[in-house]
Design a protein around this ligand. Sequence first.
Ligand code: G3P
Length: 217
Amino acid sequence: MKFFIDTANLDQIKEAQDMGILDGVTTNPSLMAKEGIKGEEKVKQHYIDICNIVDGDVSAEVIATDYEGIIKEGEALAALHEQIVVKVPMIKEGVKAIKYFSSKGIRTNCTLIFSAGQALLAAKAGATYISPFLGRLDDISTDGLNLIDEIRTIFDNYLFETEILAASIRHPMHIIECAKIGADVMTGPLSAITALLNHPLTDIGLEKFLADHAKNE
Ligand code: G3P
C-alpha cells in the first residue's frame, strides 16, 4: 500500500519523506488555507515546493466547479510539475472533466467520494485515483471501511485500473484496516503514520537490551 501524507505543511512532508516511507502528498483547499497559502501564484509555488520535497504524486485541487473552469485550472496545475495529479470534485462537471483529462494523459484524483456509485462513475471516466473519505463517513455513524471494501470488490470485478486512495484517515487502525481490505493508497496526517511505530513491548524490549548491553561494558 502506498503512503501519502494529507497536508500542505512542508515540515511535516519533509519529516515523512525523511522516514523513507512517503509515496506522495494530497492537499485540499482547507489544508492550503490552514498553512496560510493565499493567492494564485503563492498556491502554485507551494505545489512546486511540495513536488521538490517528495518523489511521488502530489494532488492539487481545482476550485472551479464548471466544466470549462475545471479544465482551465486543471491544465494549469498539471503544467506546473510532472508529479502533479489534478484533484477534481465528484460532481457531474467533474466527471466530464476527468474524462477529458484522461484523454489528454493528465492524471486525476476524484475527491469527495462517499458512495460506491460515485467511485464507479469516476473509474468509468478514467480517474487515476478515487478518494473515498472514510473518516467523514465514520463521523456520521456510517461505516467508512465498508465503503472501501465495496469499491475494492467492484474495481476487482471489472479490473478497473483506477487506484483506491483511502482518504480522511484519522488513526493507525484505519491504515491497518485499509491495508487488509487492499486499498491501493492511504492518505492521512503524519500523526496517524508515526503512530504505527508505537508498541510498549518494543520500548520495554529495547530498554532491556540496552541495559543488558551496558552491564557487559
Ligand atoms: O484530503 C481529503 C481528506 O483526506 C480530508 O480528511 O480529515 O478533513 O476528513 P478530513
